[in-house]
Every structure is written in structure tokens, then in C-alpha cells.
Design a binder for this molecule. Structure first.
Ligand code: SD4
Length: 324
């Protein structure tokens, strides 16, 4: 009898545990990984290279650097790296930053003559005790690290600049002159996040102007426990709201990536809704959380982003927007 009671006791305990395990398995969200997302249609090419690395088990950090370098090297992408539109003095000045899963980050701003500012930003992160180097100091550092000095103003961008000089009117055209910053976020096979952002900034900007793109928290931010976010569009508006950091914080408090991006765009709209600048203002955010869920939102129609996962072939998605 005692023996039978013991067996019964074990059966009850065993089935209780089995039942508990299966419910907790059901409750656990399935994590989608790897994932890579990046801004605008040049994100498609960038994703291709980043994906190649991710699918072979490489880190999200390597993937985002390699990915965005494609836009930096492409002279036809006229607001990133080589061939970027110059400032109003005819000089191409570049901004970039990179961040990894351990909150390590590196950034360069107002950097001239170097085609791959993202790689210089990574060197700042890995080889210096600092986060950000700017201007002449950033250039000296890049040269000391073995980067080559190059002429970044192409004939095509020079011509556009000369045409702009005729009226010298600083009024960007939505989704055209602002539309080429590449921001990329990735989640790798190990479940780690990284992000990168690189740009020649707003075309015809004042000499010395720095936008959101190299500013950790504005153009890019991530928290490996929560998610990552990055921005494109008019940097001044993104800096004023600490845009990417806010998106991540809103995800921490339970918002989906899209809802978090939307809330920050709403905040920007509130600031600008009675300002004359609203007429040509565009901002867009992309976000990716720890579960591999992604989303985006922007102020006006026209912003799209490229996504690649195991079940979704590299493709462009149109972001939802505020102003219809
Ligand atoms: C800047 N945010 O310098 C950049 C420009 C940009 O898509 O994103 N364009 O303000």
C-alpha cells in the first residue's frame, strides 16, 4: 500500500511539472534571429552583405559595419560617404556612429576626406578611451589608424552644388535631399544587438553643422536587454527629442517597435506643428527589439526601410506616417 501511495505521489508531481513546463513554453515568445533592418532603398544592398555575415554566425557589430559601408562607398548615394552632397562651402563633411551590445560606442562628426567614417567610428570605440572625435582631430586619428585621405566630392555632387549656389536657398526637399542617411540595426544568432548610422548630413548645411547621426541617443541607441532604434531625417528635430534613446525607452516600457517610433514622431510633430519648418520636415525611425520584432514610423509618406529575416526575403517596407 505504501509503495502504491509513493508511486501515485510521483505520478501527480511529474504530471504537474510537465504541465507547468508546457505552459511556460507556450508563454515564451519565439525569438526571430538573425534580423537586419536598415533605412531607405539602399538598405537592400546593405542588408545583403550584413545578412551574409549574420547567417554565418558573425556578430551584429561586424554585420552593421560591413552593411553600411556599401552606401558609404557608392558615389550614387549622394548623402552618405563618397559622393555625398557638400555643405554650403562645397565641402563634404561626414557623421557616423556605431554601438554594440555592451553599450560600447564610437562616433565621428564633421569628418572630411575619409570614405568610411563608420570604420573610423568603430576604431574610436575600440582603440580610444573616448566615444566621439570630431573634425580635424577625427581626421588625424583616422590617418594614424591607416585610413586613406580621399577626395569625396564627385563631379555629380559638385554639379548639384553649383546649381544650388545659384539661389543658395536652404530649404531641403522632403525625401530627396534628406533621404540618404543609412541607419542599420541587427540582431545576431547569439541574440545580441548592434547598430550603425552614417551620413553626409543635410545637404547645403552650414559649415561645421553636425546632425543627429553621430550622436548616441539621437541618431542611434540600443540597450541589449530591450532593443535598438535609429533615425533618419532632419537631425535637429531628432536631437531635440533624444529620438532613438526615447524609442528604446518606450520599448522598455512595453511598446512595440512601431508604437514606440510612432510616439516619438508624435512628440516631434507637437514641437513643430506651428513652426514654418514643418513644411519641409521629415523624420523617420526604425526599431528592433530583443525578440526580433521590428517596426518603423515617420512623419510624412515616402520613407521606407529594408528588412531581412530567415522567413522574409530582403525587402522594402513602407513606413506608416503621421501627416496624411
Ligand atoms: C542629418 N539625419 O544630418 C541626418 C540626415 C538624414 O536622411 O538622415 N537624412 O540630419
Amino acid at each position: 500500500m505504501r509503495f502504491l501511495k509513493a508511486i501515485l505521489f510521483f505520478i501527480v508531481i511529474f504530471s504537474f511539472n510537465a504541465c507547468e513546463n508546457s505552459t511556460s513554453k507556450k508563454e515564451k515568445k519565439q525569438i526571430i534571429k538573425p534580423v537586419v533592418i536598415s533605412t531607405w532603398n539602399h538598405g537592400l544592398v546593405a542588408n545583403e552583405l550584413a545578412w551574409e555575415l549574420l547567417i554565418n554566425g558573425r556578430s551584429a557589430l561586424d554585420a552593421v559595419e560591413v552593411g553600411v559601408k556599401t552606401a558609404e562607398a557608392n558615389p550614387d548615394v549622394q548623402t552618405v560617404g563618397l559622393g555625398g552632397f557638400p555643405d554650403r562651402e562645397g565641402k563634404v563633411t561626414l557623421d557616423a556612429c556605431i554601438m554594440d551590445q555592451n553599450n560600447n560606442c564610437g562616433s565621428v562628426a564633421f569628418l572630411q576626406h575619409i570614405k568610411h567614417p563608420i570604420s573610423v567610428a568603430r576604431k574610436v570605440m575600440e582603440e580610444t578611451p573616448h566615444v566621439m572625435l570630431v573634425g580635424e582631430g577625427a581626421l588625424q586619428f583616422a590617418l594614424a589608424q591607416g585610413f586613406k585621405k580621399e577626395k569625396l566630392l564627385t563631379e555629380k555632387s559638385k554639379k548639384a552644388y553649383e546649381e544650388w549656389l545659384v539661389n543658395s536657398n536652404y530649404k531641403p526637399i522632403i525625401n530627396i535631399e534628406n533621404h540618404d542617411t543609412i541607419s542599420m540595426l541587427a540582431l545576431d544568432e547569439n541574440g545580441n544587438l548592434s547598430g550603425a548610422c552614417t551620413t553626409s548630413g543635410a545637404s547645403w548645411k552650414m559649415h561645421g553643422r553636425v546632425g543627429d547621426s553621430p550622436i548616441i541617443g539621437a541618431g542611434l541607441f540600443l540597450d541589449n536587454e530591450v532593443g535598438a532604434a535609429a533615425a533618419t531625417g532632419m537631425g535637429e528635430a531628432i536631437i531635440k527629442t533624444a529620438g532613438s534613446a526615447m524609442v528604446v525607452e518606450l520599448m522598455r516600457h512595453g511598446k512595440s517597435p512601431e508604437a514606440a517610433c510612432k510616439e516619438v514622431v508624435e512628440r516631434i510633430y507637437k514641437i513643430y506643428k506651428n513652426a514654418p519648418d514643418l513644411e519641409w520636415l521629415q523624420v523617420g525611425f526604425i526599431a528592433l527589439n530583443k525578440n526580433g520584432e521590428y517596426g518603423s514610423y515617420c512623419l510624412r509618406p515616402g520613407f521606407n526601410y529594408a528588412v531581412q529575416t530567415k522567413s522574409l526575403d530582403n525587402q522594402l517596407m513602407d513606413a506608416k506616417y503621421k501627416i496624411k
